[in-house]
Design a protein around this ligand. Structure first.
Ligand code: PLP
Length: 342
């Protein structure tokens, strides 16, 4: 099963080279021709590549988990493939068929199976990228593209595992603008967020809680995770606005469904102001990497609002348990969300 030299008990969210990656090329800007599985390693790129000059690149994130019975499973990979497709369209790149994407993802996981952590120790994070690698000078879509899928074993995203994190609301920076590309997973959304995140970390916060860029009133999301609040027993999440400033998270969608179906909760996707959130009984964030991460406090203009006495809230815990048990096939999966890698 796992004979690679990795300290599984101390896995973080750090780069760790693996054995094999998948590569596909689109030389004519239209048709993808798969190169197939190749050893993980560097590749050459023209200094005039569109991605290096103008940021024409997208990515995805997914996890392969090992179950108690030693099966390897993926969570909603077709939805992930669909988002990769949608992101490609947004950046004028040739989209890759989602069903084909899922098959390629499975091949990469199988080729690196020894890097899937033992049950309960973490996950094999799967990172698909599509880049405009063709050379050009003017600002326009690249003439040719490269797609690759690589993997990396990981432990929990937030240090400290399933413990509440502390966030800070800022009006100094925004993540995405209305009518911008926040709803697509483009590489250009992430570099600008680093400065804000580093500043927040220096002040002792795990991440920034971003507000909408137009009115600076409504909660958007947490760096790389979606936001939820429980207010008067209703589960509320900022709507994934049609103007495209919030990433439509797959975990977000799953948590909304589980809260409705399994906890019988009323759920709302709507604008939620930070002032309203200060009155919430529980707050948490969701993502492939973050899973369901409780938020212990939110600080705004130096004032800290604490939730559940800094402990894990009851609804947060229930949703975490429901989601992770379905993901690991420890609870029935009536939705067909879990896909085995066989
Ligand atoms: C900006 C942003 N928001 C939310 C999410 C959570 O989305 P998902 O649940 O699909 O991982 C991610 C991670 O993919 C993200 O990068």
């Amino acid at each position: 099963m796992t004979d690679v030299n990795i300290d599984w008990d101390n896995l973080g969210f750090d780069f760790q080279p693996t054995k094999t990656m998948f590569v596909s090329k689109c030389e004519d800007g239209k048709t993808w021709k798969d190169v197939g599985l190749v050893p993980f390693g560097n590749f050459e790129i023209s200094p005039a590549a569109c991605v290096l000059n103008y940021g024409q690149g997208i990515f995805e994130g997914m996890k392969a988990l090992r179950t108690k019975n030693d099966e390897i499973v993926l969570f909603r990979p077709i939805e992930n493939g669909q988002r990769f497709y949608d992101s490609a369209i947004r950046l004028c790149m040739p989209p890759y068929d989602p069903a084909r994407y899922v098959e390629r993802v499975k091949e990469v996981v199988k080729a690196n199976v020894e890097y899937v952590p033992p049950y309960g120790k973490g996950a094999l994070y799967i990172r698909p990228n599509m880049l405009g690698t063709g050379s050009m000078l003017g600002v326009a879509p690249a003439p040719s593209y490269t797609l690759f899928i690589w993997v990396n074993p990981v432990g929990p995203y937030f240090k400290g595992g399933f413990n509440p994190i502390n966030l800070e609301i800022t009006k100094k920076y925004h993540r995405a603008a209305p009518k911008g590309c926040g709803a697509a997973k483009t590489i250009c959304n992430y570099a600008p967020s680093m400065y804000a995140a580093i500043e927040a970390k220096k002040r002792g916060f795990a991440q920034i809680l971003y507000l909408d860029a137009a009115k600076e009133t409504y909660i958007e999301e947490v760096g790389a995770a979606n936001f939820f609040a429980v207010i008067d027993n209703v589960l509320i999440t900022p709507r994934a606005p049609k103007d495209g400033s919030i990433l439509p998270g797959i975990t977000r969608k799953s948590v909304l469904q589980l809260a409705k179906d399994k906890l019988g909760m009323k759920v709302e996707e709507r604008d939620v102001s930070y002032e309203e959130v200060f009155k919430a009984s529980e707050v948490f964030c969701t993502g492939t990497a973050a899973v369901v991460t409780p938020i212990g406090s939110i600080t705004y203009e130096g004032k800290e609002y604490e939730y559940v006495g800094g402990k894990v809230g009851e609804i947060t815990q229930k949703l975490y348990d429901l989601l992770t048990k379905i993901q690991l096939l420890e609870e029935p999966d009536p939705y067909g969300w879990v896909v085995k890698v066989e």
